[in-house]
Design a protein. Structure first.
Ligand code: BG6
Length: 482
């Protein structure tokens, strides 16, 4: 029989994301028959009290999709066990609950400093057979060296094919749709290179601040928390060569080639091609908010905003900058990839300002949509032809027949199913994570060497002015969606 064990089962990630995901999968009849779900956590808590917490969280999330019946079905699968997951003896209660189950998926929703100890304990307790799988939540390590240490510990008990390094951005529907768009159509791929594309922008804006998460955040900053993983994964999917099939290794081989081609950033150019920022207190979109240092209660040099220009040194992308920016306390929760095409080589229209180059916007949040801006004739009898930009939505939700878009899934739904089925296409392979860390370590070492402290920025703005100057010096601006 199969079992899914959630270490850190009582924590924020499990309660807010994983259990609601499992509820939805149950609701849609997608959970494997007989699957047991065991929440393993450090503190003693009754199964009833735990299920009450889970129910509250699911209700909040379910919106119009709540069903008593579906919750009762998923609750029946769920058990709670208090463990000390760092020793074989501490896992005995879990072992008892697992009985003869052999198809085991462990999800580590705990601090990465516990990954090594938990894996050792699982092995010592005899809970790691060839059919077991382990899912590691990001961040795996804080730099290349700590990533390698953790990875080596995990490798003592699990083969690479059994390890699933999660990056929940890869579970987002629009991210997968990007693969469909690029490789399921003939019309875009011939243009997907430096002959037609001027530059690419990747923005992940968040309105939330760091708040109580500062003990973690102060060690990582925006660079390690967001850019090393989510944003570089998005960059890889935009930039990779067509894989020969959707086999996990075919896709990941192509992604790792992109990471290998990223031009290193050094102290000599770090002030030109990167921007660090940290928010101060002020008025955010929802009222007054504290500055990062006030939340932390002490001065700090960590970045809550980062923007940079990445260059991919290969034939396809030579000369096409990939600008990336992410930050907390920005004006909008907005994640988008913008593919900015080049202007027409020669304009036959005498109109100036309104003629804009084609632009594709792949929006992940707040809506899921892919749109393309094209130029079109303004209707009317003007003597001289007038153009106007129109935005065509390529979104799967809008098919012109008024079809109701499907429920927006939590990214973890897809990833949990894939991990339990052993499909690692949407998970990060060790060499990808290594290359991403190597490049990001280069940026943070360059910051240290150049003594580059974050610029401050006010909440509710798009980061420090230097973020705009990063593009302005190349004659470009960030997309504004106006
Ligand atoms: C997490 C980061 O990985 O992603 C958080 O640790 C961030 O700091 C979150 O808020 C953003 O995820 P999403 O799916 O809301 O864009």
């Amino acid at each position: 029989m199969a079992a899914l064990v959630l270490f850190g089962g009582g924590g924020d990630l499990a309660i807010r994301m994983l259990l609601p995901s499992l509820y939805f999968l149950e609701h849609d009849g997608l959970l494997p028959d007989g699957l047991k779900i065991i929440a393993a956590a450090r503190s003693e808590e009754s199964r009833e009290a735990y299920l009450a917490r889970v129910k509250d969280s699911v209700i909040k999330r379910a919106d119009g999709h709540w069903s008593d019946e579906s919750f009762a079905r998923v609750a029946e699968r769920i058990d709670y066990v208090a463990v000390d997951a760092t020793s074989a003896e501490g896992l005995s209660a879990l072992k008892e609950k697992l009985g003869d189950d052999r198809e085991l998926t462990y999800f580590l929703a705990v601090s990465p400093s516990l990954y090594g100890p938990i894996v050792r304990a699982l092995k010592a307790a005899g809970l790691t057979g060839p059919q077991a799988r382990i899912v590691l939540e990001k961040p795996v390590g804080r730099d290349l060296e700590s990533f390698r240490q953790i990875d080596a510990e995990v490798a003592h008990a699990f083969d690479e094919r059994q390890v699933f390094r999660i990056d929940h951005y890869l579970g987002k529907e629009t991210v997968q749709n990007l693969i469909a768009l690029r490789f399921g159509n003939t019309i875009f791929e011939p243009l997907w290179n430096n002959l037609s594309i001027d530059h690419v922008q990747i923005t992940v804006g968040e309105t939330v601040g760091v708040g109580d998460r500062w003990p973690y955040y102060d060690e990582y900053g925006a660079l390690r928390d967001m850019l090393q993983n989510h944003m570089l994964q998005l960059l890889c999917l935009v930039a990779m060569e067509p894989p020969s099939d959707l086999d996990p290794d075919s896709v990941r081989n192509e992604k790792v080639k992109v990471l290998r081609s990223l031009r290193p950033i050094s102290a000599a150019n770090v002030r030109d091609v990167t921007v660090r920022g940290q928010y101060v207190g002020g008025h955010g979109p929802d009222g007054p908010v504290k500055g990062y240092e006030e939340e932390r209660g002490a001065p700090s040099d960590i970045d809550t905003y980062v923007a940079l220009r990445a260059d991919i040194d290969n034939w396809r992308w030579a000369g096409v900058p990939f600008y990336m920016r992410t930050g907390k306390r920005l004006p909008e929760k907005r994640t988008e990839i913008v593919i900015q095409f080049k202007p027409v080589p020669h304009s036959i229209f005498d109109q100036r300002g309104d003629v804009v180059a084609n632009r594709m916007v792949i929006e992940l949040q707040p809506e899921e949509d892919i749109s393309l801006t094209v130029m079109n004739k303004r209707p009317g009898l003007d003597q001289r032809m007038q153009l106007q930009p129109i935005r065509m939505s390529l979104s799967w939700g809008v098919d012109g027949k008024g079809a109701k878009p499907p429920r927006r899934r939590i990214a973890y739904e897809r990833l949990l199913l894939d991990a339990m089925a052993g499909d690692s296409t949407l998970f990060v392979r060790a060499d990808e994570a290594e290359k991403a860390w190597e490049w990001v370590d280069g940026v943070s070492e360059a910051w240290a060497e150049a003594e580059y402290r974050p610029h401050i920025y006010r909440p509710g703005t798009w980061g420090p002015d230097a973020g705009d100057r990063l593009l302005a010096r190349d004659g470009r601006t960030w997309n504004t969606n106006d």
